[in-house]
Design a protein around this ligand. Structure first.
Ligand SMILES: Nc1nc2c(ncn2[C@@H]2O[C@H](COP(=O)(O)OP(=O)(O)O)[C@@H](O)[C@H]2O)c(=O)[nH]1
Ligand SMILES: [Mg+2]
Ligand SMILES: [Zn+2]
Length: 305
C-alpha cells in the first residue's frame, strides 16, 4: 500500500492513502533510502510503502525522492534536517511591510530553490497595507524579479485579492510555502481552503517579528490534487552545501551575462574583465541582488575549513 506523508513529528507520521484516507503510521527498523547523510528520515512529501498489521500501520520503505529541501541546524554541528520532499513548486511569501521585507531571505530562498531545480515564485501579501507610492515600488520590484526570471503575485488575504490566482498556480502540485513568520502563510492556507484552520499568529506591532506558531512542516490538502507544505517560521533558510564558487550558477541573471567575462571561472567579485559586476553597478540589474550574492558568497566561504 502506498501513501503520501503529510505530517512528521519524528516518531509517528500522518500518511494519506490514495483514497484520501489519512492514517497514523510508525516507522519500523532501518529504512531503505536514497543513501546520503541525514536523508534517511521520513519527511513530509515522501511517498512511502505502508505495511498493515492488524490495527497498526508501519512505514516499510521510502520511495525515491524527486527532490528534497534541507535546512541547516542553527547550532554548529553542521547537521542538516530534511524539511520536505517531492516538491513541484516553491512559493516564497513575503511582505513589504509588517513584517518589513528582507531581500536577504528572499534571495537565499531563490538560490536554494534554483540549486534544487525547483521552480520558485514570490507571493507578495498584504497589499492592503500599502500606499499608492509603496504599490508603485512593489510593481517595480516585481518587474525587477520578472526580468531576472522570477514570476510573482501581489495579493491581500485580508481583502481576498489574488486568491483565485494562487489556486490556479498550485493546481495539481505539491507546493512548498516559505517565508518569514508573520507574512501570512497560515492565513493564505485558510483562505485557500476554509477547512484547514491553520493557526494564525498575532504579530505584535512593537517588534514586527511575529510568533513562531508552527514547529513541524505540515502538508495541507487544498483539494485532492493540490497540496501545500507549510514550513516552520524559518529565520534563515539554510543554503545547501555547495562550494562558494558554485553560488553564481544560481543567480540566473549572472549566468546569462557570464559568457562575456574574460575568465571562464570569473566569480564576478573583483576579477578584471568581468561582464557581470558592472551591469549591477550601472543599475542595469538590481544592486540588492549583487549585494546578497556577495553576502551569501562570504557566508559559504566562512563555512569552509
Ligand atoms: N493587513 C493584512 N494582514 C494580514 C494579511 N494576511 C495575514 N495577515 C495578518 O498577519 C498576521 C500573521 O499571519 P499568519 O498567517 O499567522 O502568518 P505566518 O506566520 O506566515 O503563518 C496575522 O495577524 C494575520 O491576520 C493581509 O493580507 N493583510
Ligand atoms: Mg504560520
Ligand atoms: Zn564576471
Amino acid at each position: 500500500m502506498e501513501g503520501l506523508v503529510t505530517k512528521s513529528t519524528g516518531s509517528w507520521y500522518k500518511v494519506r492513502l490514495s483514497d484520501g484516507k489519512i492514517i497514523d503510521a510508525r516507522s519500523r527498523g532501518k529504512l531503505r533510502t536514497a543513501n546520503s547523510r541525514n536523508t534517511n528520515h521520513i519527511t513530509v512529501g515522501d511517498i512511502v510503502e505502508i505495511d498493515e498489521t492488524g490495527e497498526d500501520f508501519s512505514i516499510s520503505m521510502i520511495h525515491d525522492r524527486k527532490n528534497y529541501i534541507i535546512r541547516k541546524s542553527t547550532n554548529l554541528s553542521k547537521e542538516t534536517h530534511i524539511i520536505a520532499a517531492n516538491i513541484d513548486l516553491a512559493i516564497i511569501v513575503a511582505t513589504l511591510k509588517e513584517p518589513k521585507l528582507k531581500f536577504g531571505f528572499v534571495d537565499r530562498f531563490l538560490v536554494t530553490a534554483q540549486a534544487y531545480q525547483i521552480p520558485a515564485i514570490i507571493v507578495f501579501n498584504k497589499t492592503d497595507l500599502l500606499s499608492a507610492k509603496e504599490m508603485d515600488y512593489l510593481t517595480d520590484l516585481r518587474e525587477a524579479y520578472r526580468n531576472i526570471g522570477y514570476e510573482s503575485e501581489a495579493i491581500s488575504v485580508t481583502n481576498s485579492e489574488g486568491i483565485d490566482r494562487i489556486h490556479e498556480i498550485i493546481k495539481g502540485k505539491i507546493t512548498l510555502f516559505s517565508g518569514s513568520s508573520g507574512v501570512g502563510k497560515s492565513s493564505l492556507l485558510n483562505a485557500l481552503n476554509a477547512d484547514i484552520s491553520a493557526k494564525v499568529s498575532v504579530v505584535s506591532s512593537s517588534n514586527e517579528k511575529g510568533q513562531h506558531t508552527t514547529t513541524f512542516a505540515e502538508m495541507y490538502e487544498i483539494n485532492p490534487t493540490s497540496f501545500i507544505i507549510d514550513t516552520p517560521g524559518l529565520k534563515s533558510f539554510g543554503l545547501i552545501d555547495m562550494e562558494p564558487e558554485e553560488l553564481k550558477n544560481y543567480f540566473p541573471e549572472m549566468v546569462r551575462l557570464s559568457k562575456n567575462c574574460r575568465f571562464g571561472n570569473c566569480k564576478h567579485l573583483n576579477e578584471p574583465g568581468c561582464a557581470v559586476k558592472p551591469k549591477f553597478e550601472e543599475s542595469r540589474l538590481p544592486i540588492f541582488r549583487y549585494e546578497n550574492y556577495v553576502h551569501l558568497y562570504e557566508e559559504l566561504k566562512g563555512l569552509k575549513p
